[in-house]
Write a protein that binds this ligand. Sequence first.
Ligand SMILES: [Zn+2]
Length: 382
Amino acid sequence: MRPTRSANGSPEYMQPSPRLIAHDIYRRSSYGSRHPLSIPRVSAAFDLIAAMGWLRAGQYIESPIATFEQICRFHDPDYVAALMEAERSQRASPEIRQRYNIGITNKPIFPEMFRRPATACGGTLKAASLLLEDGGIVHHLAGGTHHGHRDRAGGFCFLNDAVLGIFYLLDHGLTRVLYVDLDAHHGDGVQCAFGNDPRVLMISIHEENRWPFTGRLEDRAGGSARNLPVPRELNDSEFEVLIDAAVLPLADRFAPEATVIQCGADALADDPMSGGMLSNSAIWRAVQQLSETAPRLLVLGGGGYNPWSTARCWAGLWAILNRLDAREIPTATARAVLRDLTWSRSQGRSPPEHWFATIADPERPGKVRSRIHELVAVTLTP
Ligand SMILES: [Zn+2]
């Protein structure tokens, strides 16, 4: 592994302490009571971090909202205008719904349907600018909306903050940005944006045969992507092999000036939206290792549909980024934060004790299937 370097070549101890970006809009806005994103995620993770005493003065930064012009660095102006108009009028014609994929299925019309994703974009742009100024680590809890497309919504994502953040880094002179996507779903919107761009290397680990059904092993997006579609029930040992044997060597070879990690929590065993069997410790270890690949690290959120496992994963991740002990026994206040969470799914009616008692999951090692070794071998083939 390459040793940690600071952005301006100064010693590591000169780097600022990690910064955490969030906003209260995620506390009050929801996609609607029956939507998978109706659960508290950003606010729950933030409250847990604060309750554990893991946030020092000066580390928290409130997310700005991105401007129309900033968003149009990637998105089509007519799409952004349609999104703003749908928020204003709280309706969309059948033609608009069809053309932009909004107001249908899991992309409902709701009161903050523009301001909420635009705030996620603003947070990631703020993070990118902080990283350009003085390097270090920024954790943006609400980022990672990786399914947003240039001219339409995708998945639960109206806009794509990750793409805007990477463009910002490139537009300000960086020439090698590594994007690692740990979400259970393939980051199709990001891959569409940077396919054939040699300045970006996109590595995605996602579950095979799962929506959006892109990101096949042989799909390299003109050389800019490496896709590792994994079988169901991926365990910690298998994930560790993928990170150690494929992701880190690729990262090392690319020598990025900035690393962006989409850290969706939906490949965790307790998440309802994938067949993944990971513990949060596996994710933390991967991010810790990836933090050493570049002098600038941007950690984003992403999927995560169990409020307890998502909040615990992201809170613990913040602890790891600050070199704190994520295995600390939760404080009384932290336990109260966890106890106050609710989830309308049946699993939420009698949540198991370990969702409250610890931040770290029990580790989930297992047999490393031959398919995992195959994925590594093919991924490393030039
Ligand atoms: Zn996902």
